[in-house]
Design a binder for this molecule. Structure first.
Ligand code: NDP
Length: 497
């Protein structure tokens, strides 16, 4: 259900053409509270449905979304400017996550028994994960369906109602998503979308929902967290990154160059897990730089069908990208492809930078544009060290011919996900959790962890019979305690090698 108690309105624009895509209401604090109120009623109904009924409805939601895939993708294309095929792929990824969450919720969260341990052998132990209630989801514009679905799909599957606030740049995607949900679940407003600007998101964050799932910049995450503090609302924060891509001496260089370029330039580089820094082992540095540069020169931004990627969606980001390129060149970096004049509003042509000092903005801050810095390193160890030298910690990529070395290095990369010999393969896998450390945020979406993020554990014990010795009774004797201490010593005192 899309909430429509208009006060004032705002327009979403096509960033490539400047044309108005649609007009949407700005939902104020009261409208957000009303939506949460409706969600509170809906969540009771949704919870009572039980696992099987919820699963069926969510699979029907998935079916409806799949039947509307092209309509959704066209809207994403219009609102973000990204190529239609990228928008289709993004929608496919959202669909597969919704499917995984729907099919696995009961297995991950449903009631099970656990072994009580020797000291509590007379207890039957039940564990289940119950829904939180109402989850507020605040989403970004760069992947306007894939990213929020990582929270929305998993929160719904866990039994919660959701109030979704999409980015002001992509409100239509959120409205359409809720409309499609309504066709599959017409009974109650279990998924609602509220539209507006930053203050609408702030109203949702401060309204005392049972959790906020925020995806966006680290700067805004801090504000949202402060708002959540008011009601002690827990939060999951999926924020920005400065992801590294490592090329080992024995890597397949063609495949590595292809993946690095896609990771850096697809969606005009506006990807939280996008490749921003590339560390290449000395012996293959020149060959890799040559390949990646050659391929980069072939890419062209635009809004037509042949364009490799679209415009910069958020106009303000163009200044940041330009500043990073200029700063890198002023500090001694070399533009191997493009340069400062690659910023041609609203587009940015591909930029490959080499010899950029580690303290430049292009190496330290999230650029969020179709630019990469390529660095020479002595070996894999130095690559990992440099990759980890950032306050962010989201994801990373390693290309290597050695399975053991790559896995060992992958485990040492600071961040929630690493992909070996492919770019961001984990993002498509429903069973794998997604999330960062440090300035990239905390908490997890996707996978079993993503389901548990939107549920709370409930532990129940049922005494099946009384033990001869009751330690938690005033009838306990000294002899009882001596017997127990002897037993504890027998079981726990031995030394282990
Ligand atoms: P922003 O932080 O600008 O905005 C994110 C969301 O927060 C938007 O819906 C925005 O609304 C809303 N918002 C703005 N101000 C407030 C506020 N005070 N209280 C509550 N909500 C508010 O991020 P972007 O939309 O620019 O997204 C890009 C960022 O997101 C990048 O840093 C990127 O790395 C990160 N990101 C992280 C991902 C991850 O999974 N880790 C995935 C995708 C992106 P409005 O747009 O209306 O202002």
């Amino acid at each position: 259900m899309s909430v429509a108690t208009e006060r004032t309105t705002f327009e979403s624009l096509n960033p490539a053409t400047g044309e108005v895509v649609a007009e949407h209401p700005i939902h104020d604090e009261q409208a957000v509270r009303d939506a949460i109120e409706r969600a509170r009623k809906a969540t009771a109904w949704w919870r009572e449905l039980g696992w099987t009924e919820r699963r069926t409805r969510l699979l029907n939601f998935k079916g409806a979304l799949t039947r509307n895939l092209n309509r959704m993708a066209e809207l994403i294309h219009q609102e973000t400017g990204k190529p239609l095929q990228d928008a289709q792929l993004e929608t496919v990824m959202a669909i597969s996550h919704l499917d995984w969450a729907a099919r696995n919720a009961q297995k991950v969260l449903g009631q099970r028994t656990v072994f009580p341990g020797l000291m509590s052998i007379n207890q039957k132990c039940l564990l289940e994960y119950q829904p939180l209630g109402v989850v507020g989801v605040i989403g970004p514009w760069n992947y306007p369906i894939f990213t929020p679905m990582g929270s929305i799909g998993y929160a719904l599957a866990a039994g919660n109602a959701v109030v979704f606030k999409p980015s002001e740049f992509t409100p239509g995607v959120g409205v359409l998503l809720a409309e499609i949900f309504d066709t599959a679940v017409p009974e109650q407003p279990v998924l609602q979308t509220v539209t507006g600007l930053g203050p609408t998101g702030a109203a949702l964050a401060g309204a005392g929902t049972d959790k906020i799932a925020f995806t966006g910049s680290t700067r805004t995450a801090k504000r949202v967290m402060a708002a959540c503090a008011e009601h002690l609302t827990p939060m999951v924060a999926e924020c920005g990154g400065k992801d590294a891509f490592i090329v080992d001496a024995d890597a397949d260089l063609d495949a590595a160059a292809d993946a690095a370029l896609w990771g850096a330039m697809a969606n005009a580089g506006q990807t939280c897990i996008g490749v921003e820094r590339v560390y290449v082992v000395d012996s293959v540095y020149d060959a890799f730089l040559g390949k990646v540069s050659e391929k980069a020169r072939e890419l062209r931004p635009g809004f037509d069908r042949e364009a490799a990627y679209g415009p910069i969606t958020m106009p303000g980001q163009l200044d940041i990208i330009e500043r990073h390129i200029k700063d890198a060149l002023e500090k001694g970096g070399t533009a191997v492809v493009g340069g400062a004049d690659s910023v041609r509003r609203p587009y940015v042509e591909p930029v490959v930078l080499a010899d950029v000092p580690d303290d430049s903005a292009a190496v330290c801050e999230e650029t969020f544009g179709p630019t990469i810095t390529v660095h020479r390193v002595a070996d894999l160890d130095e690559a990992v060290r440099k990759a980890n030298d950032t306050s962010y910690g989201l994801a990373g990529t390693i290309f290597s011919g050695s399975r053991a070395r790559a896995v060992e290095a992958a485990r040492r990369l600071r961040g929630g996900m690493t992909s070996i010999n492919a770019f961001a393969a984990f993002a498509m896998v429903g069973a794998l959790p997604f999330g960062g450390v440090g300035e990239s945020g905390f908490g997890r979406i996707h996978g079993a962890d993503g389901l548990r993020e939107f549920a709370r554990s409930k532990a129940v014990t049922r005494q099946r019979f009384a033990l001869p010795t009751n330690l938690v009774s005033f009838s306990r004797t000294e002899k009882d305690m001596e017997r127990v201490l002897r037993l504890v010593a027998m079981v726990h005192a031995k030394r282990h090698k």
